[in-house]
Write a protein that binds this ligand. Sequence first.
Ligand SMILES: Nc1ncnc2c1ncn2[C@@H]1O[C@H](COP(=O)(O)OP(=O)(O)OP(=O)(O)O)[C@@H](O)[C@H]1O
Ligand SMILES: [Mg+2]
Length: 271
Amino acid sequence: MSPGDHDVLEPPGGHPPGSAHEPLLLVDGLGKRFGDHEVLRSVDLRVARGQVLALIGPSGSGKTTALRCLNGLERPDAGRVAVGPDLLVDFSRGASKQQVAALRDCSAMVFQHYNLFPHKTVLENVIEGPVVVQRRPRAQVTAEATELLDRVGLAARKDAYPFELSGGQQQRVGIVRALALRPTLLLFDEPTSALDPELDGDVLGLIKELADEGWTMVIVTHELQFAREVADQVAFIDGGTIVEHGHPDRVLRDPREERTRQFVQRLLHPF
Ligand SMILES: Nc1ncnc2c1ncn2[C@@H]1O[C@H](COP(=O)(O)OP(=O)(O)OP(=O)(O)O)[C@@H](O)[C@H]1O
Ligand SMILES: [Mg+2]
């Protein structure tokens, strides 16, 4: 491949030897408040290149806010976020607009409610970011988008509008839209919680494939079985603080903290 080429199905950087444990995402002391409400408090996260972090926790614990801070959609009040060796944004010292924009460019988000543009077709939804924001050539982006849609079995629906698709199909478009941005990091916010349990398998299967291919991901999820299968580490957040983190089997089967144990029990035995 020439330097300008990029295999759309491969994570950026491919799989260079020896890179497996290089930290790709470092979050250090992240804090965020909305008025008097301290929503995130000293959040530390560390995700190696090609690894998957599952973030679990009760409603209102700060999971979405944490993802939004990583994606530059929300500006933290404190802490540092580093992505790769070249980007370090120190919010405690007042990050510049350019730094926040650079952080936003590193990642792509997949939303709980898909957030597709309702008045744009599937293909238009996918190419919008790469063409309008990243200013990449439309023909090349369209070819890549078509290849990605083909991969998820939706090439034939490229001219459909979101309302003509099932929830699972819309979410697969949401994932393709994220991949089309060629991000360094993929962020998922409860990607299947709006789907019927019988219909979420395709989406979870696709996310698992991406994990196997070496994408670096942070996934907010309530699906503990899925977290165990896909994640390299699980972090449990409660009240804006990471209560514990570690290997999925350890955190989910044998939690050290009482709060984690109660949360896991409630999810496994809701009634
Ligand atoms: N823009 C905002 N302004 C004020 N408060 C906010 C804002 N966004 C989130 N919050 C508050 O921050 C807290 C954390 O919200 P967040 O959406 O991050 O939780 P969550 O863990 O994603 O919850 P859920 O599982 O219900 O999605 C909540 O108390 C919420 O009301
Ligand atoms: Mg949320």
